[in-house]
Write a protein of this length. Structure first.
Length: 232
């Protein structure tokens, strides 16, 4: 791990060497990553990184301001988002785990919940609950938007990627991040529409964005809103 002073602030960055001819800088959930040519000295790398100081600080601020999604943490009184609403795990009269839509009071005072679960036993069940809803919802939305494009519904898989909401490969298989199920439906629809359009245009050209706009007109607003969330 390297570090550099940017505008009086110490910034750490991961340095990777490669056969590339120029420096590449990427900002993501891991922080700052710099990919540099093999023969470039550390002082030369630092000097070039300094020229991108304002851009780096802006992107780091954007990442820090993103709203984190819920993880399956060891928290026996947690509330879990599903399609934008908060749900509360509990135990029913038969001693079985279940989820119930959390009332506003529970959302504000989660620690006052009556149902207390053992986190270790609940995590696997909650993960399966998310997966079940994700598969059903994503399948339905893929069918809807594939119809709007007049194409066959593609095969899809759930993804656990840490940096991407969705992807589409050359074989026509779409991957959708399971964490999308925590977000409002309109944001899921945007990602679904986006990846389906890649079945026709495997790029981000103007032709691609015209396709997206044709089946999801409000894609720009949805894209901005999606960028306020951190995947992990």
């Amino acid at each position: 791990m390297q570090h550099i002073q940017l505008a009086g602030e110490k910034i750490e960055y991961q340095l990777k060497r490669s056969r590339r001819k120029s420096i590449g800088i990427r900002i993501n959930h891991c922080g700052v990553q710099v990919c540099a040519p093999m023969g470039l000295s550390l002082s030369e790398i630092d000097q070039l990184v300094q020229t991108k100081a304002r851009w780096i600080q802006q992107k780091l601020t954007e990442w820090n301001d993103r709203k984190p999604l819920k993880t399956l943490a060891n928290d026996d009184r947690a509330l879990y988002p599903l399609l934008g609403d908060l749900w509360k795990p509990g135990i029913n009269a038969h001693g079985q785990l279940h989820m119930a839509l959390a009332p506003c009071a529970a959302a504000k005072h989660a620690s006052a919940a009556d149902d207390i679960l053992k986190p270790a036993s609940a995590q696997k069940w909650i993960a399966a609950w998310y997966q079940q809803h994700a598969i059903a919802c994503f399948s339905e939305r893929l069918t809807l938007y594939a119809g709007r494009l007049n194409i066959a519904k593609p095969h899809f898989r759930l993804s656990h990627a840490k940096t991407r909401w969705g992807s589409c490969n050359s074989r026509g298989v779409i991957r959708l991040n399971w964490r999308l199920i925590q977000l409002p439906l309109r944001l899921i629809d945007y990602v679904v529409a986006h990846e389906l359009c890649h079945l026709i245009e495997m790029n981000h050209s103007s032709a691609f964005w015209r396709l997206v706009a044709g089946i999801f007109p409000d894609y720009q607003q949805a894209r901005r809103e999606l960028n306020t969330y951190a995947i992990c």
